[in-house]
Write a protein that binds this ligand. Sequence first.
Ligand SMILES: O=C(O)[C@H](O)[C@@H](O)[C@H](O)[C@H](O)COP(=O)(O)O
Length: 602
Amino acid sequence: MNKLNDTIHRVTERVIENSRGPRSSYLELMQREADRKPEHKDIACSNLAHAFAGALEDQDAMKNRRGPNIGIVTAYNDMLSAHQPYGRYPDRMKIYAREVGATAQVAGGTPAMCDGVTQGEDGMELSLFSRDIIALSTGVALSHQMYDGIACLGICDKIVPGLLMGALRFGHLPAIFVPSGPMPSGISNKQKQETRQKYAAGEIGRDELLESELGSYHSPGTCTFYGTANSNQMMMEMMGLHVPGSAFVTPGTKLRQALDRAAMHRLAELAGTTTRTLAQVVDEKAIVNAVIGLLATGGSTNHAIHIPAMGRAAGVIIDWNDMAELSSVVPLLARVYPNGSGDVNHFHSAGGMSYITRTLLEEGLAHGDLLTVWDGGMDAYTAEPVIGDEEALAWAPVTETRDDTMLRSASDPFQPDGGMRLVTGNLGRACFKSSAVAKERWTIEAPCRVFENQKDVVAAFKAGELDKDVVVVVRFQGPRANGMPELHSLTPSLAVLQDRGHKVALVTDGRMSGASGKVPSAIHCTPEALGGGPLSLLQDGDVVRVCAETGTLSTAADLSARTPAPEPQPEWGVGREMYRMLQNQADSAEKGASAILAGAGL
Ligand SMILES: O=C(O)[C@H](O)[C@@H](O)[C@H](O)[C@H](O)COP(=O)(O)O
């Protein structure tokens, strides 16, 4: 085991220093919350009776306070294939709780939206701020104060960050995230993407396209590409918030069930203790580990926004400079689609998170001394769960990669540095996901075409106006402008241009999806165009340079004498008008683009 890398040590120390004030206020608050957590004897009988009334066979145990009561916060709905398995979870979880003398109640539900369903559509403008709503809903669920531990059921993009942000405000309790696993592999993501490009180029029709999509998205479980949902699962492992190795075990298997049971048993064990509360588990090192995992696996760009937001909910302050510095020393160890051709099932079979964690720890590239929900710190996460003798859950160490085309050791990585870069200059600060982009495309300099919505980009592509070297700028897509949608539906068109031999890049204050890659993109550009950010000053034809090598996002055009382009009117419909309040209050992408954190002064 090597000693901790100097850069990781330095960045962690800086994060600790920058978090000093907010972190100690947070921990003091959590201590106060623990101290004033009501005892049953102090709660009015009528209140207690309300809480127990629906508990059926658990009523007696709850009345007599025979064991801890676990609050389940569930993001179940069956529109999200990833969340579909959760429909049956609460009943099972109650049984698992009873096995160890505990009880469990569904404390509350949160919304969950599928970015796959809303991709490229108006509903996508609700997506990022649904994270704030999920955090608020988690708060509503837990505000009953009837629980000794928290089980979080959520997987997809905004859900895990939102659940964690909400649960952290109840961080005096222990909490475990319980995933339900990826769907089995269908057609390969590469094949899916190629079919889309053929459709974008007019080579195939809609029926063929739909068949291809159905071959990819075919059954309950998380989508198989390494997007935001699966990056969430990686992160929960790296922060020690899962039963070790839970992330990518498929639904409906014995092993999955054994892991779910273990989560409830463990929560019952931790409930009432004060040594592994959520507030203690999610500290500066856990947040740094989340970034390291993201960089080492080439995870979703969305986490450049979510990690600062989750950190702030725990009083931990981290920014893109910290992430970029970590990226300079954390090697890229995984090639999972969109950064490679295999999917998360292949990644898991190759050794998955257990191997990633092991090799990072061995090379001193991650914090091992975290207080995790499981015993043994991060070491426990270097073994994979199996069904062992007598059908019991056991863990087997993963000591080597089983497929070095998709998973490598930290001493023989795919790339010596991490999967994400910061690009800065007179156009602002933005993120560039280098892991998915071929190195020869890391630098693009070309005249720009400026758009204010994604549909106009596709129309210009279809009209042949973009058939040249071009930097496509899509502005007024930031958190305050329209909720910062993912612009992933631009990928097929831009990829077609790129494959035709043009130099193409995207620059935007919006987001891309975790499934995006291939096309060099400077995204989350801050300050956003709304309010006068530099993208609002660009004009068609200005030469824009995006370079991941030197970390540049600039234009040679003289912006000093220009006035910002008029701001588009906010759109109504699909509920967007109801989200104005959140958008108006939100802070920048780099701070996490959250209205509730900004509003709370966190
Ligand atoms: O961030 C993400 O991971 C995505 O938003 C993901 O949730 C969504 O499902 C994609 O739109 C699917 O993209 P593909 O179908 O292109 O893989």
